[in-house]
Design a binder for this molecule. Structure first.
Ligand SMILES: Cc1cc2nc3c(=O)[nH]c(=O)nc-3n(C[C@H](O)[C@H](O)[C@H](O)COP(=O)(O)O)c2cc1C
Length: 143
C-alpha cells in the first residue's frame, strides 16, 4: 500500500514513517512511503493506482490542506481514482482540519472506502499518537 504524506517541517513525515513501520509489523505485504512535498507527483499518482490501499497524512495549512496534498488528490480525482480503501491522518497545531477536508475530497470519488477512525496529531507525535496510528492500521488492514 501507499503511505503518502504532505509535511511542511517534517513532523507529519515522521508520523508517516512510523505508520509505515507499524503497518509492516502488522503484516502489510508491501508498504511504499512517499513525501509529496519532495517527490515527483506523477510517480506518487502512479503508486496510488498501483496499490489497493492508501494512507494520506497531511499538515493543516491556513485552514486547508498543505498544497502538495491538494494537488495530489486533484490528480487522483481527475484520473478517476476509485474502488480503493483509504485511511487519513492529519496534523495541525491549533485547529487540525486536514482529515475532514481529505475525507470530503475522497467522498467525491467512486467507491472509495475511508476508515472511520482518523489519527490527529497536534504538531508532533506523542505517546498517544502511536496508539492512534496502531488503531488506524488495524482498521485499514481489516478492510
Ligand atoms: C503557513 C502555516 C499555516 C498553518 N496553518 C495551520 C492551520 O490553519 N491550523 C492548524 O491547526 N495548524 C496550522 N499550521 C501548523 C501546522 O499544521 C503544524 O505546524 C504541523 O505540525 C505541521 O506539520 P509538519 O511538521 O509535518 O509540517 C500552519 C503552519 C504553517 C507553517
Amino acid at each position: 500500500m501507499l503511505v503518502a504524506c504532505a509535511s511542511i517541517h517534517g513532523n507529519t513525515a515522521k508520523a508517516a514513517a512510523k505508520l509505515a513501520e507499524i503497518l509492516e509489523a502488522k503484516g502489510a505485504k508491501k508498504v511504499v512511503l512517499t513525501d509529496l512535498a519532495r517527490c515527483d507527483i506523477a510517480e506518487a499518482v502512479e503508486d496510488a493506482f498501483r496499490y489497493d490501499k492508501m494512507v494520506t497524512l497531511c499538515a493543516t495549512y491556513d485552514g486547508g490542506l498543505f498544497p502538495c496534498m491538494e494537488e495530489f488528490l486533484h490528480h487522483l480525482k481527475s484520473k478517476a481514482y476509485q474502488k480503493r480503501k483509504v485511511a487519513l491522518v492529519e496534523n495541525g497545531s491549533w485547529a487540525p482540519m486536514a482529515a475532514k477536508l481529505m475525507r470530503g475530497i475522497f467522498e467525491g470519488m467512486k467507491e472509495i472506502e475511508v476508515c472511520e477512525k482518523t489519527a490527529s496529531i497536534r504538531s508532533a507525535m506523542k505517546a498517544d499518537t502511536v496508539k492512534e496510528l496502531e488503531e488506524l492500521a488495524d482498521e485499514l488492514l481489516a478492510m
